[in-house]
Write a protein that binds this ligand. Sequence first.
Ligand SMILES: Nc1ncnc2c1ncn2[C@@H]1O[C@H](COP(=O)(O)OP(=O)(O)OP(=O)(O)O)[C@@H](O)[C@H]1O
Ligand SMILES: O=C(O)[C@H](O)CO
Length: 527
Amino acid sequence: MARVLTLSRIIHHWRPRWAETSLAWVRSMSLLEERARAVFAAAVEGVQPDSVVHSALQRRGDELLVGDRSFKLSNNLHLVGFGKAVLGMAAEAERLVGDHLVRGLISVPHGVQETLQHHGKLNMLLKSSSRIKVIEGAKHNLPDTDAQRSAEGIRKLVSALTEGDLLLVLISGGGSALLPAPVPPITLQEKQDVTRCLAAAGATIQELNTVRRALSLLKGGGLAQCAYPAQVVALILSDVIGDPLDLIASGPTVRSETCPQEVWAILDRYHLSTSVPASVKEVLNKCPSQWREERKDEWDDKDHVLNMVIGSNTIALECAGRKARELGLHAVVLSPGVCGEVSAVARLYGLLSRFACSQDKEPPPSLVAQILQLGPEVGVESWDLHRTMKLLREGWEEGWCTTCLLAGGEPTVQLIGKGRGGRNQELALRVGLELSRGMEKSAALFLSGGTDGQDGPTEAAGAVSDGEMEAKAKSQGLDIDRFLTNNDSFTFFSHLSDGQSLLLPGLTGTNVMDVHIMLLPPPPPSK
Ligand SMILES: Nc1ncnc2c1ncn2[C@@H]1O[C@H](COP(=O)(O)OP(=O)(O)OP(=O)(O)O)[C@@H](O)[C@H]1O
Ligand SMILES: O=C(O)[C@H](O)CO
């Protein structure tokens, strides 16, 4: 009762100012959240498979213009593709160049056609008259016999091409699992076991795909090699930090110089060298010169293969920034390469919020030092941090409107609990704590979302949090630390205010990792 009395006394005493401020604050917070959600939606919209393919392929009569290159179309076009976003990419490609398409084959995730149909994304589905065959496979992102059948079909299709042919290769995240073609005598099961053990041991995508390339006929440039002497044009939707062509879907159209020693070093790092099957040892034990000789071919001719990244986290952040400016926000892009442990990433955002909202004439040097010290741990270069802090400071000094700090990437979560969640939801939960526990409650709002619309094994893409989250959770009897210990961020946000803070866009059909948005209202005028 005392608590209620205190509250009512506060309202009574401060009613005019408190009431207006609180209402304005509530209104501004809900307005802030609306804006954050709109900026995230714009980021996802900007990397929709159909729109990025539409931007990449220009027709000039029977000429196909890709970047600064042009290719003659004369009923000589073939199409293959593999990845979570490839169905939408293929549908747009067929709309643009289908009149010259001989045939195509794409390998897409199990159930994706039904899901896109269910979400009404009809522009991402092929017409019944399409010349592109679709094979679904790789349930739960694991290579299976359906995906292997697709890979074999793709290998046969491209191997039959001749000099006058043009091969369009559509590639997006999830492509590795959808194009399994183990080097004999390695079996699919053996290859699956090696990659599953590496993933479970915490191998990065870079390490995983370096090993995958060495054990595959088609990865690491093998697909382009099979297609020689046809002209190859690969359109790539990047889901790897830094957009490394040789690692996205394990680089099937990019010549790989991975030598066996590099692969053995990775297997040693995760104590798997002794347990890999004899077939894997046989393939890897070929001496480097022989190994390279077998993979060497005149196809490595720069004109024969054009690789183009047409969608990436960088592009998503550019679209997000454009939307933020339309909404009257001051957009600042920190980096598209945020990675590292989710708790360190949350710490960085908490410190940046304190830096931006600091009312000191000069922000405390210790705060700047802590931010710079965290940079390398979370994949953000110090010059990006200096640039961002300078812009945040200018905003404060020049009395800017609300700043929209944008970043993207793929943090990691050390799973210790059995709860339900994802890296975006866990990041939002941890940032919410950082914003709630600062010296003074931050007025910032934070959103983290997976651009593919799915965060971990949950139906959410991510969540929104702010400086009020901890108090709200306490008032609703939610023990945040217990949810965090159990990696149970989805359950937490599902309970918090009946799930209002969850991000539920549904499957988006695209995949360029995660987008982080922090809205920083201008600090109130100093008293
Ligand atoms: N309960 C959980 N809490 C926090 N993070 C989790 C939890 N369960 C899984 N994760 C994280 O989610 C990651 C998997 O995310 P997701 O299923 O969205 O695939 P992904 O990594 O985005 O792959 P893709 O790029 O193909 O979509 C795992 O690496 C794991 O770290
Ligand atoms: O399929 C893969 O290899 C990952 O999604 C990275 O592109």
